[in-house]
Design a protein around this ligand. Structure first.
Ligand SMILES: [Zn+2]
Length: 313
């Protein structure tokens, strides 16, 4: 049997496997008339579109975290979502703002979902078909601080993640941080947020050395002569007291405490659940968060709008 006959057979069995509405018969007829069309969409790593609503385009289903949504026209949404297998993508969710849409509550920020979508090689935006909720963050909605922390995680991820580049470690980081927020609501978000900021900067390649002055190269953590460490907006990394004096005229240098530098080393070595064991309040690690946020902002070349709300919370 040639490729065309094979394709026809597969489409016929596919059509038989689903309940095709009256309008779908036309689609089925069209599929039978185009051999090249039938050969598309059967490649490895792709599933066939069983609804036959977009018969020309292969469909994918990816485990994803929804990052942000933006209104489009009166009923649609543009969705930025982070897939486990393809990295960050953007797509259009048609009629998502209508009641009883195919997306339900799955497009809330940081919902963990299985997203079904269609990709075209010629278009930057994918077409979202539907999503199946794996884990919602709805339980955190009533906690203002946790809710703002979610906004922060989503904003940082959306800004830092490159388009269409898989980032398994970043994906696992988000899952771990979300789990911590859900499971330990009484602990507050501070440890989770600090841990996330550290690893988000590090996995993106924007975490400088924390034990070296980037001004003169001297070791800050020399056990025989420990140095105090400072940072200031617009300067990468940390600097020693001497170098801080040299740029002092530019003003605004803050200290990164020895305690916070130890904390950062802990975060580098341990999973979040172990770091989170100690009691955390907002002041703990605030200087480290400020330092990390400045590094991230310098990289994305804009201010993170959720930071002020979070730290004011
Ligand atoms: Zn120095």
């Amino acid at each position: 049997m040639d490729g065309w006959g094979e394709g026809r057979k597969r489409v016929a069995s596919l059509a038989a496997a689903v309940d095709i509405p009256a309008g779908g018969l036309e689609t089925r007829r069209r599929l039978k008339t185009c051999p090249t069309q039938n050969r598309r969409g059967f490649g490895s790593g792709q599933i066939n579109c069983v609804t036959l609503r977009f018969p020309r385009v292969p469909a994918r289903v990816s485990e994803s975290l929804v990052l942000r949504t933006y209104p489009l026209k009166e009923a649609d949404l543009v969705v930025s979502f982070f897939t486990r297998d393809q990295g960050k993508l953007r797509g259009v969710a048609k009629r998502a703002r209508r009641p009883k849409s195919a997306f339900g509550a799955g497009l809330e920020r940081l919902s963990h979902v299985r997203m079904a979508y269609f990709q075209s090689e010629t278009r930057e935006l994918v077409n979202l078909d539907s999503c199946e909720l794996i884990q919602s963050q709805f339980g955190l909605a009533s906690d203002y601080l946790a809710s703002v922390a979610l906004d922060y995680l989503a904003e940082v991820s959306d800004q830092l993640l490159p388009s269409a580049e898989p980032g398994e470690k970043f994906f696992r980081l988000l899952l771990a941080v979300l789990e911590e927020l859900r499971n330990q609501p009484a602990a507050g978000p501070w440890c989770a947020v600090t841990y996330f900021s550290y690893w988000a900067a590090r996995l993106s390649g924007w975490l400088p050395e924390l034990d070296v002055c980037l001004g003169c190269g001297s070791l800050l953590d020399d056990p025989e002569a420990p140095e105090r460490a400072y940072f200031s907006r617009g300067r990468p990394g940390l600097m020693c007291g001497h170098c801080r004096g040299a740029v002092g005229a530019e003003g605004g240098a803050s200290e990164l405490s020895a305690e916070s530098r130890v904390m950062a080393r802990e975060m580098a070595r341990r999973p979040l659940a172990q770091v989170a064991a100690a009691g955390w309040t907002q002041p703990k690690g605030a200087d480290l968060r400020r330092f990390l946020v400045q590094q991230i902002e310098a990289h994305v070349e804009r201010k993170l709008i959720t930071v002020r709300l979070l730290e004011a919370g």
